[in-house]
Design a protein around this ligand. Structure first.
Ligand SMILES: [Zn+2]
Length: 375
């Protein structure tokens, strides 16, 4: 995704957190290592953000006085919490680690081919019907005379006989280079796209594992777009090649089914997750926005914030504007956090250690519930 147009407002999360927390350090012995206090504070902040801090947990954390004891406790709690969730965050994290392990997966690369094989096996294992929508795009940079790039959207169909369908999508190509890296020396380095490129794919795989229990009355198509950002120069190269092709084909070569709604997942694995309503989604698909955020509220998934913040140009635009499918973008563009100006977006820092199984399980759960309630 690209072209951050505006930031709506800076939230007052820190203030809110400090109000919820009180002052965790108050009353503790003064010789306590400040590192220990920091570790404890970060765990508590994380649990507050994830809406799962109980008084018992808070009390327990205040009794633990070494970093090791605190991190052990947090790991145990996280593991137990993940077990309790209906979407398998560990599975999502495994997929994310595996695609990142391939390395760069930009359009036309060897990494993309490897990724396709890996994902095809996962989706088919769970009963999805995989097909490719192939097309060619002009290579923005001519490399060794290669003027054309072979592109492929991966389409995974569930309940293929149903004529009314929902589209769940993400891009699965990675940006060719980390060209937003703060260090100019690294801007032609390796970009592995853990959150931007890996996370949407990973959540869709976790949803695929649940599809035999899906109660939606609609057919579901999971679509992985190629060429979201085969971009070497943002001012010159076109974005959204795969989603644009998909939307155009839907109009030109009219299928016998109809998409009633869509959800795009992009940058949804941030360990410090906060998902504001994206401005274009509110304008183009307000009903879906309202339904999804109402679902999150009902489930108590507090990372979904019911206000607007960023206006993002992303793969949902061709789906809305060309195909007429009301599609929203679920995206956490503040990576890692609205309180930190520095971003990992399109940098060498977009790596798996910045991502969280719980974040992906939470997003997957909201999408799962929303989808099951569409009858
Ligand atoms: Zn990107």
């Amino acid at each position: 995704m690209n072209n951050l147009i505006k930031v709506i407002s800076w939230p007052f999360l820190l203030l809110a957190f400090s109000m919820v927390l009180g002052c965790p350090g108050a009353g503790e012995s003064t010789d306590e290592n400040s590192d220990v206090a920091n570790v404890r504070r970060n765990i508590i902040l994380q649990y507050v953000r994830q809406g799962r801090l109980t008084p018992v947990m808070r009390e327990k954390l205040l009794t633990l006085t070494t970093q090791q004891a605190l991190t052990d406790y947090a790991q145990q709690q996280d593991a137990a919490y993940l077990e309790s969730l209906p979407i398998d965050g560990n599975l999502a994290m495994d997929v994310l680690n595996n695609v990142v392990g391939i390395g760069p997966r930009f359009s036309g690369s060897e990494g993309m081919l490897q990724q396709q094989k890996m994902l095809e096996a996962i989706f088919e294992e769970h009963g999805g019907v995989v097909e490719y929508q192939r097309f060619k795009a002009k290579n923005p940079i001519s490399q060794q005379g290669v003027e054309v790039v072979d592109m492929a959207n991966m389409i995974v169909r569930w309940f293929p006989e149903r004529k009314q369908r929902i589209v769940l999508c993400a891009h699965y190509d990675t940006r060719p280079f980390p060209d937003n890296d703060p260090d100019p020396q690294k801007r032609r380095g390796i970009f592995v796209g853990a959150n931007d490129g890996g996370s949407g794919v990973a959540v869709l795989c976790a949803l695929a594992a649940k599809m035999s229990k899906c109660k939606s009355g609609y057919g579901i198509d999971m679509v992985l777009f190629d060429g979201e950002e085969l971009v070497y120069n943002s001012a010159r190269d076109p974005f959204f090649l795969g989603s644009t092709h998909f939307a155009q084909q839907y109009v030109i070569d009219k299928p016998e089914y109809k998409y009633v709604a869509g959800i795009l997942l992009d940058m949804v694995a941030d360990a410090n997750l906060q998902i504001y309503q994206e401005v274009n989604s509110r304008r183009l698909a307000p009903k879906v926005v309202q339904q999804v955020w109402a679902t999150a509220k009902r489930l108590g998934i507090s990372e979904f914030r019911a206000s607007a913040r960023h206006e993002v140009r992303d793969d949902h635009l061709p789906l809305n504007q060309i195909a007429g499918i009301p599609t929203i973008d679920i995206i956490d563009f503040d990576y890692p956090s609205p309180q930190i100006r520095q971003t990992y977006w399109h940098t060498t820092e977009d790596t798996a250690d910045k991502c969280s199984a719980i974040s992906m399980a939470h997003v997957g759960w909201v999408v799962w519930e929303w989808m099951n309630n569409q009858k």
